[in-house]
Structures are given as C-alpha cells and as structure tokens.
Design a protein around this ligand. Structure first.
Ligand code: NAD
Length: 370
C-alpha cells in the first residue's frame, strides 16, 4: 500500500520522548517493510518548548498542526515547570491544540487484551474480551458554559454556579462521530445523559433520537441515564459497544471504563474535529497517561499506550485498519509471550524495559508480516 500522509509528532516531556521513540521505530519499520511513506515532522511542546523557546507551544507549531493530516502527541509536564503561572504551564500545549483545532470528540477505548485480563480489579469473567469505545464531547457543556462564577446574595451568603449548555449542532456533531464509529464496530450506540432530571439532558436525548431517525436508522440506538451507565459499566461492561455522552459525564465514565482494563500504560485515546470540505478530519492521538516524571529517563516506561495511539491514528485518520490491527496483534502477542514492563508485571512473567518491549514488538511485526 503506498500513501503519503502528513504526520506531526510531538513527544513532549518526561517519558513522552522515550515512548515516542518506539513509535518512530515502528514507522521506520513500516516505511521499510510495507512501502507506506509517511511525511513525518517532529516538534517541541510543553516543558521542552518552554526551555528552548520560552512558550509551551509556538504559533508555528500550531500552524503545522493545522496543516497535518494527524498529530501524535506524547505527554507534557513535570516538576521542573510546576511553579510557572497558569498561562505558561506545559499543559497549555495540549489545551491550545484542542482549542485551536476545535477537537470536540474525545475517543477513549477500553479494551482488555487477553494476556492482561488479570490486571483488572474486576473478575476476569466480567472483563474478558471487553472492547468499548467511549465518545466524550470535549469542548462544550458545563466545563465551558456561561454564566459561571461565585456571587454574593442579598442575605450575605455566597453562591457558586456553572451552566450545562449544549446547542443542537454541538450534540449532532459528536453524535455523528459516535454513530459512524458504531457502524465500523458492532453497530450499537448508547447515548448517555440525565434526561430524567436535566432539561439539557432531555434535549440531548431528543437531538440524538432525531439524528438517528434522519441519518443513522441502521444503527441500534439506546439511551441510558448516566448514573445507571456507571453502574452497568462495573456490573456488565461487555453490554456496551459505543457510548456517547457530554463532557462532564464522559470525563467520569471514561475514567471509570479505562480502569476496568487495569493499566494506565496501556491506554490510547484520540480527539477528533469536524471534517473539512475534502473530508479530512483534524485529529490528535495521545496516550491517557502523563509524563510520569517518577520513572522518566530510566527506560522503564511502558510504550504500549503510545504505540496503540499510533494504531488508532492509522485506523481513524489514514484509513489503514489492517495495519492498525497488525500492530495491535503484535502488542497482544508480545504480552502473551510473557514480556511485561514494570507497570503490568504479574507472577510468571518476565520484566523488560521500554527498549526491549519496543524491540520485541518489531520482531513480532516481522513474524506477522512474513
Ligand atoms: P502520570 O500518568 O504521568 O503518572 C501516574 C503514575 O503512572 C506514575 O506512577 C507513573 O510512573 C505511572 N505511569 C504513567 N504512564 C506510564 C507508562 N507509560 N509506563 C509505566 N508507568 C506509567 O500522571 P501524574 O503523575 O499525575 O502526572 C505527571 C505529569 O504529567 C504532570 O506534570 C501532569 O500535569 C502531566 N500530565 C500530562 C498529561 C498530558 O500530557 N496529556 C496527562 C496527564 C498528566
């Protein structure tokens, strides 16, 4: 398969560059073995950019991000920059990217790979084979809604308030992403809100229902209250295929769902924007974990979340589902062979560092592609 794909790589701080290096080796492998040609450029973000250029992300980097077909982000932050003012914090890099590229749909898969079934705090029988995708609206809702603030009331006490607000188009665009994902998976979507007690929740349900009837009648749609969804995710998580929900409920439910899988070092994510006139969607892919300053520079980090983020990028931005599946299979096989980084160690497995894990995945790719 020949292709020319513009990929912007932003490794960031701490373990970011270490785990990203293992992705670069896979990209080189693909260049060599599968004749896919990526147009890769790399840039500084976060603390690394503050040290070199005085800001967490430059205008030039934001511009390259806008021009890229996809962005692979590592992680930013660390104690060295903790005392800087809010506008100068390394995290501004990721916040600016999400805002300027209008990335409104956050995709968080919760997948349990067979060799790691015992890493979950839930019983193996409950999570074996788990494969859920949570789509969280990430630029609207109560975290951004106006009015918000703290006011003093006539009787002298104070009152704090935030506003949950969603427009028709904000709901439709994120629901559309979720319906389309469902079509590529098991064709089932659960829309989650609190239509029983919130006006905005009832409105969410009406908009999703109308969109379903208009454009996605072939997808099986159900609705669920957010509190029940939290309960069902722990009771019987495999009942779900794709879940779509608001910013605040998605924040809570996606954290809950990701912990069903047992390890931070294994979890990828994507954040997508709207398609442009040519159908190209802006998209950023990153692991859930941060820069892990406690283990940075020691060669201990698990590179799998970063590698699996790259697999998501191939699937959702470059239409390379087969290549994505190949990388995911290589990761599963290496884990099944008993190799583990420290964060996912279990009895009877062998502990390896970042480099050996990456190397083992390359060797597995060699075998699978032979
Ligand atoms: P963290 O995710 O960096 O680390 C939490 C714990 O998990 C640590 O013990 C760490 O060693 C471990 N861990 C994380 N990723 C791992 C991996 N790949 N392999 C093995 N172990 C791993 O979260 P934190 O400690 O709360 O934050 C550290 C820094 O990262 C902070 O500056 C924070 O602001 C930043 N952060 C950045 C992002 C991002 O860039 N999107 C996200 C979260 C946190």
């Amino acid at each position: 398969m020949a292709a020319n794909k513009k990929l912007l790589v932003l490794p960031g701080d701490g373990i970011g560059p270490e785990v990203m290096w293992e992705v670069r080796r896979i990209i080189d492998w693909m260049d060599r073995r599968r004749m896919v040609s990526f147009d890769v450029s790399e840039d500084l973000v976060g603390g690394a950019a503050i040290d070199a250029r005085g800001v967490p992300i430059t205008e030039e980097t934001l511009e390259s991000a806008k021009q890229a077909d996809a962005i692979l982000f590592g992680s930013v932050g660390g104690p060295k920059w903790d005392k800087l003012g809010f506008d100068m914090r390394p995290e501004i890099a990721i916040l600016s990217l999400r805002k300027q590229l209008d990335l409104f749909a956050n995709l968080r898969p919760a997948t349990v790979l067979d060799p790691l079934v015992d890493a979950s705090t839930l019983k193996a029988d409950v999570v074996r084979g788990l494969d859920i995708m949570i789509v969280r609206e990430s630029t609207g809702g109560i975290y951004f809604g106006e009015p918000r603030g703290v006011e003093t009331l006539p009787d002298g006490q104070q009152r704090g308030f935030d506003t949950e607000t969603y427009t028709t188009s904000e709901i439709e665009r994120v629901a559309r992403v979720a319906f389309e994902l469902a079509r590529q998976r098991q064709n089932r979507l659960t829309s989650v809100e609190k239509a029983n007690v919130m006006q905005s929740g009832l409105f969410w349900r009406q908009v999703v229902t109308a969109l379903h009837q208009r454009e996605f009648a072939d997808v099986e749609l159900s609705h669920m209250y957010a509190d029940n969804c939290a309960m069902q995710l722990v009771r019987n998580p495999r009942q779900f295929d794709v879940i779509v929900t608001s910013n605040i409920f998605g924040d809570l439910l996606s954290d809950l769902a990701s912990m069903l899988t047992g390890s931070l070092g294994m979890l990828p994510s994507a954040t997508l924007g709207a398609p442009d006139a040519t159908g190209r969607r802006r998209a950023l892919y990153e692991p859930i974990h941060g820069s892990a300053p406690d283990i940075a520079g020691k060669g201990l980090a698990n590179p799998l979340a970063q590698i699996l983020s790259f697999a998501m990028l191939l699937r959702y931005s470059f239409g390379m589902a087969e290549d994505a599946a190949l990388i995911e299979r290589a990761c599963t096989n290496v884990l099944a062979s008993g190799l583990r980084t420290a964060d996912i160690m279990a009895t009877g497995t062998a502990r390896v560092g970042t480099g050996v894990m990456g190397e083992s995945i390359l060797r597995e790719l060699d075998k699978l592609a032979a």
